[in-house]
Write a protein that binds this ligand. Structure first.
Ligand code: 6PG
Length: 255
Protein backbone atom coordinates (compact mmCIF):
# COMPACT_ATOMS: atom_id res chain seq x y z
CA UNK A 1 0.00 0.00 0.00
CA UNK A 2 2.99 2.32 0.54
CA UNK A 3 3.75 2.54 -3.16
CA UNK A 4 0.08 3.06 -4.04
CA UNK A 5 -0.24 6.00 -1.64
CA UNK A 6 2.94 7.61 -2.94
CA UNK A 7 1.76 7.32 -6.55
CA UNK A 8 -1.69 8.57 -5.67
CA UNK A 9 -0.14 11.60 -3.91
CA UNK A 10 1.98 12.53 -6.95
CA UNK A 11 -1.08 12.07 -9.18
CA UNK A 12 -3.27 14.33 -7.03
CA UNK A 13 -0.60 17.04 -7.04
CA UNK A 14 -0.20 16.89 -10.83
CA UNK A 15 -3.97 16.99 -11.37
CA UNK A 16 -4.31 19.99 -9.03
CA UNK A 17 -1.57 21.78 -10.96
CA UNK A 18 -2.39 21.03 -14.59
CA UNK A 19 -5.59 19.00 -14.75
CA UNK A 20 -4.04 15.66 -15.80
CA UNK A 21 -1.51 13.09 -14.61
CA UNK A 22 1.01 11.32 -16.85
CA UNK A 23 2.41 8.03 -15.58
CA UNK A 24 4.95 5.89 -17.45
CA UNK A 25 5.82 2.49 -16.09
CA UNK A 26 8.05 -0.48 -16.77
CA UNK A 27 7.06 -4.10 -16.82
CA UNK A 28 7.88 -7.06 -14.62
CA UNK A 29 6.58 -7.25 -11.06
CA UNK A 30 5.80 -3.52 -11.06
CA UNK A 31 2.54 -4.15 -12.87
CA UNK A 32 1.24 -6.21 -9.92
CA UNK A 33 2.71 -3.82 -7.37
CA UNK A 34 0.60 -0.92 -8.58
CA UNK A 35 -2.67 -2.81 -8.21
CA UNK A 36 -2.72 -1.46 -4.61
CA UNK A 37 -3.98 1.77 -6.22
CA UNK A 38 -7.30 0.04 -6.83
CA UNK A 39 -7.83 -0.46 -3.09
CA UNK A 40 -7.29 3.14 -1.99
CA UNK A 41 -10.27 4.84 -0.35
CA UNK A 42 -11.35 8.30 0.68
CA UNK A 43 -8.92 11.19 0.12
CA UNK A 44 -6.30 8.77 -1.28
CA UNK A 45 -8.64 7.39 -3.96
CA UNK A 46 -7.18 8.38 -7.34
CA UNK A 47 -9.22 10.27 -9.93
CA UNK A 48 -8.42 7.79 -12.71
CA UNK A 49 -10.42 9.81 -15.26
CA UNK A 50 -7.49 12.26 -15.36
CA UNK A 51 -4.73 9.65 -15.68
CA UNK A 52 -2.69 9.03 -18.84
CA UNK A 53 -0.68 5.82 -19.01
CA UNK A 54 2.57 5.27 -20.92
CA UNK A 55 5.20 2.55 -20.96
CA UNK A 56 8.79 3.28 -19.93
CA UNK A 57 9.68 0.17 -21.87
CA UNK A 58 7.72 -2.44 -23.72
CA UNK A 59 8.33 -5.76 -25.38
CA UNK A 60 7.73 -5.76 -29.15
CA UNK A 61 5.03 -8.43 -29.19
CA UNK A 62 1.29 -8.26 -29.81
CA UNK A 63 -0.82 -6.85 -26.98
CA UNK A 64 -2.38 -10.28 -26.49
CA UNK A 65 1.01 -11.95 -25.95
CA UNK A 66 1.58 -12.91 -22.28
CA UNK A 67 4.92 -11.03 -22.47
CA UNK A 68 3.28 -7.70 -23.37
CA UNK A 69 3.52 -5.15 -20.54
CA UNK A 70 0.41 -3.45 -21.88
CA UNK A 71 -1.43 -6.79 -21.98
CA UNK A 72 -0.51 -7.45 -18.34
CA UNK A 73 -1.51 -3.92 -17.38
CA UNK A 74 -4.85 -4.36 -19.12
CA UNK A 75 -5.58 -7.60 -17.30
CA UNK A 76 -4.48 -6.62 -13.80
CA UNK A 77 -5.03 -2.88 -13.60
CA UNK A 78 -6.51 -0.97 -16.51
CA UNK A 79 -9.66 -3.09 -16.83
CA UNK A 80 -10.46 -2.29 -13.18
CA UNK A 81 -9.29 1.31 -12.87
CA UNK A 82 -11.55 2.70 -15.60
CA UNK A 83 -8.91 4.94 -17.20
CA UNK A 84 -10.39 5.99 -20.56
CA UNK A 85 -8.88 3.90 -23.43
CA UNK A 86 -7.90 7.05 -25.32
CA UNK A 87 -5.63 7.91 -22.36
CA UNK A 88 -3.73 4.62 -22.43
CA UNK A 89 -0.79 4.80 -24.82
CA UNK A 90 0.26 1.31 -25.83
CA UNK A 91 2.95 0.72 -28.44
CA UNK A 92 1.70 0.18 -31.95
CA UNK A 93 1.43 -3.49 -32.89
CA UNK A 94 2.86 -5.08 -36.04
CA UNK A 95 5.76 -2.67 -36.43
CA UNK A 96 9.47 -3.42 -36.39
CA UNK A 97 11.21 -2.39 -33.14
CA UNK A 98 12.77 0.58 -34.97
CA UNK A 99 9.44 1.86 -36.26
CA UNK A 100 7.65 1.14 -33.00
CA UNK A 101 10.25 3.26 -31.17
CA UNK A 102 9.92 6.14 -33.64
CA UNK A 103 6.11 5.99 -33.49
CA UNK A 104 6.12 5.97 -29.69
CA UNK A 105 8.48 8.93 -29.54
CA UNK A 106 6.09 10.73 -31.90
CA UNK A 107 3.22 10.09 -29.49
CA UNK A 108 5.21 11.54 -26.58
CA UNK A 109 6.25 14.62 -28.53
CA UNK A 110 2.68 15.44 -29.52
CA UNK A 111 0.94 15.38 -26.16
CA UNK A 112 -0.97 18.41 -24.94
CA UNK A 113 0.82 20.54 -22.35
CA UNK A 114 -1.75 19.68 -19.71
CA UNK A 115 -0.83 15.99 -20.04
CA UNK A 116 2.92 16.24 -20.57
CA UNK A 117 4.56 19.64 -20.99
CA UNK A 118 8.04 19.98 -22.49
CA UNK A 119 11.00 21.42 -20.61
CA UNK A 120 12.95 24.38 -22.05
CA UNK A 121 15.08 21.91 -24.06
CA UNK A 122 11.98 20.42 -25.69
CA UNK A 123 12.03 17.18 -23.68
CA UNK A 124 8.62 15.80 -22.61
CA UNK A 125 8.26 15.88 -18.81
CA UNK A 126 6.27 12.96 -17.45
CA UNK A 127 4.75 13.58 -14.02
CA UNK A 128 5.95 10.18 -12.80
CA UNK A 129 8.03 7.34 -14.20
CA UNK A 130 7.99 4.06 -12.27
CA UNK A 131 10.99 1.85 -12.94
CA UNK A 132 11.95 -1.64 -11.79
CA UNK A 133 15.50 -2.90 -11.52
CA UNK A 134 17.07 -6.16 -12.68
CA UNK A 135 19.84 -8.18 -10.98
CA UNK A 136 22.42 -6.77 -13.45
CA UNK A 137 21.40 -3.19 -12.64
CA UNK A 138 19.26 -2.72 -15.76
CA UNK A 139 16.29 -0.46 -15.58
CA UNK A 140 13.53 -0.05 -18.17
CA UNK A 141 15.17 -1.90 -21.11
CA UNK A 142 18.50 -0.13 -20.62
CA UNK A 143 20.97 -2.95 -20.12
CA UNK A 144 24.57 -2.72 -18.84
CA UNK A 145 27.17 -1.50 -21.31
CA UNK A 146 24.75 -1.25 -24.23
CA UNK A 147 24.69 1.80 -26.52
CA UNK A 148 21.12 2.63 -25.46
CA UNK A 149 22.46 3.69 -22.03
CA UNK A 150 24.49 6.46 -23.72
CA UNK A 151 21.76 7.73 -26.07
CA UNK A 152 21.72 11.52 -26.00
CA UNK A 153 19.25 12.61 -28.67
CA UNK A 154 16.43 10.10 -29.05
CA UNK A 155 13.79 9.76 -26.34
CA UNK A 156 12.70 6.23 -27.27
CA UNK A 157 14.97 3.63 -28.88
CA UNK A 158 14.77 0.01 -29.97
CA UNK A 159 16.58 -2.91 -28.33
CA UNK A 160 17.09 -5.86 -30.64
CA UNK A 161 18.98 -8.29 -28.43
CA UNK A 162 17.77 -7.82 -24.87
CA UNK A 163 19.54 -10.22 -22.47
CA UNK A 164 16.20 -10.53 -20.65
CA UNK A 165 13.67 -12.22 -22.95
CA UNK A 166 11.87 -11.35 -25.10
CA UNK A 167 14.76 -9.95 -27.10
CA UNK A 168 12.99 -7.19 -29.03
CA UNK A 169 11.87 -4.18 -27.04
CA UNK A 170 11.57 -0.43 -27.08
CA UNK A 171 12.66 1.73 -24.17
CA UNK A 172 12.64 5.31 -22.97
CA UNK A 173 16.19 6.70 -22.78
CA UNK A 174 17.91 8.65 -20.01
CA UNK A 175 17.33 12.11 -21.54
CA UNK A 176 13.58 11.44 -21.26
CA UNK A 177 13.66 9.56 -17.94
CA UNK A 178 15.76 12.25 -16.32
CA UNK A 179 13.45 15.03 -17.50
CA UNK A 180 10.52 13.59 -15.52
CA UNK A 181 9.16 15.50 -12.54
CA UNK A 182 9.38 12.33 -10.45
CA UNK A 183 11.04 8.96 -10.91
CA UNK A 184 10.55 6.07 -8.49
CA UNK A 185 12.80 3.00 -8.65
CA UNK A 186 10.77 0.22 -7.10
CA UNK A 187 12.60 -2.85 -5.75
CA UNK A 188 10.91 -5.32 -3.43
CA UNK A 189 12.08 -8.57 -1.88
CA UNK A 190 15.36 -10.16 -0.87
CA UNK A 191 16.27 -11.00 -4.48
CA UNK A 192 16.83 -7.26 -5.06
CA UNK A 193 19.00 -6.65 -1.96
CA UNK A 194 22.35 -7.20 -3.67
CA UNK A 195 21.66 -5.02 -6.71
CA UNK A 196 20.12 -2.27 -4.56
CA UNK A 197 23.31 -2.23 -2.46
CA UNK A 198 25.56 -2.10 -5.53
CA UNK A 199 23.60 0.64 -7.26
CA UNK A 200 23.38 2.78 -4.13
CA UNK A 201 26.78 2.22 -2.60
CA UNK A 202 29.29 0.98 -5.19
CA UNK A 203 30.63 3.42 -7.74
CA UNK A 204 30.62 1.80 -11.19
CA UNK A 205 31.84 2.83 -14.62
CA UNK A 206 29.26 4.81 -16.62
CA UNK A 207 26.75 2.42 -18.15
CA UNK A 208 27.89 -0.62 -16.15
CA UNK A 209 24.96 -0.23 -13.75
CA UNK A 210 22.31 1.62 -15.75
CA UNK A 211 20.15 2.30 -12.68
CA UNK A 212 22.93 4.61 -11.45
CA UNK A 213 22.22 6.85 -14.44
CA UNK A 214 18.70 7.61 -13.22
CA UNK A 215 19.24 11.18 -12.02
CA UNK A 216 16.19 13.32 -12.71
CA UNK A 217 16.94 17.02 -12.80
CA UNK A 218 15.25 19.20 -11.70
CA UNK A 219 12.85 16.37 -10.85
CA UNK A 220 13.00 14.02 -7.87
CA UNK A 221 14.24 10.46 -7.55
CA UNK A 222 12.77 8.21 -4.89
CA UNK A 223 13.71 4.60 -4.18
CA UNK A 224 10.76 2.50 -3.00
CA UNK A 225 12.15 -0.45 -1.04
CA UNK A 226 10.94 -2.93 1.55
CA UNK A 227 12.92 -4.25 4.55
CA UNK A 228 14.30 -7.15 2.52
CA UNK A 229 15.51 -5.21 -0.50
CA UNK A 230 17.02 -2.58 1.82
CA UNK A 231 18.76 -5.15 4.03
CA UNK A 232 22.26 -4.73 2.51
CA UNK A 233 22.50 -0.94 2.47
CA UNK A 234 24.09 1.15 5.22
CA UNK A 235 22.65 4.67 5.00
CA UNK A 236 24.33 5.58 8.32
CA UNK A 237 27.67 5.51 6.45
CA UNK A 238 26.53 7.66 3.53
CA UNK A 239 27.75 10.91 5.05
CA UNK A 240 31.19 9.52 5.71
CA UNK A 241 33.50 10.54 2.91
CA UNK A 242 35.75 7.60 3.67
CA UNK A 243 33.02 5.01 3.48
CA UNK A 244 30.90 6.24 0.59
CA UNK A 245 30.80 5.63 -2.28
CA UNK A 246 32.21 2.23 -1.61
CA UNK A 247 34.34 0.51 -4.17
CA UNK A 248 33.72 -2.99 -2.90
CA UNK A 249 30.67 -5.18 -2.58
CA UNK A 250 30.37 -6.43 1.04
CA UNK A 251 31.21 -10.14 1.38
CA UNK A 252 27.75 -11.04 2.64
CA UNK A 253 26.07 -9.57 -0.45
CA UNK A 254 28.50 -11.33 -2.81
CA UNK A 255 27.59 -14.83 -1.57
C1 6PG B 1 10.81 -5.49 -18.29
C2 6PG B 1 11.34 -4.33 -17.54
C3 6PG B 1 12.48 -4.47 -16.61
C4 6PG B 1 11.93 -4.84 -15.23
C5 6PG B 1 13.06 -5.34 -14.37
C6 6PG B 1 12.57 -5.83 -13.04
O1 6PG B 1 9.98 -5.25 -19.12
O2 6PG B 1 11.23 -6.60 -18.06
O3 6PG B 1 10.86 -3.15 -17.77
O4 6PG B 1 13.28 -3.33 -16.51
O5 6PG B 1 11.29 -3.74 -14.64
O6 6PG B 1 13.71 -6.40 -15.04
O7 6PG B 1 11.66 -6.86 -13.25
P1 6PG B 1 11.00 -7.60 -11.99
O8 6PG B 1 10.41 -6.53 -11.15
O9 6PG B 1 9.98 -8.53 -12.56
O10 6PG B 1 12.11 -8.32 -11.28
Amino acid sequence: MGLAKLVSGVAAEAIAKKGHFSLALSGGSLVNQITGLLQLEGADKPDFSKWHIFYADERVVSHSDPESNHGQMRRSFLSKAGIPDTQVHAIQENLSPELAARAYEGVLLNLPKTVCPKNPRGVPQMDLILLGIGPDGHTASLFPNRPQTAEKNKFVVEVLDSPKPPSERITMTFPLINAAANVFIVAMGIAKAEVVQRVMEVQSLPGALPAQLVRPHPGHLRWVLDFESASEINPELWDSERAHPRSEIPKKAKA
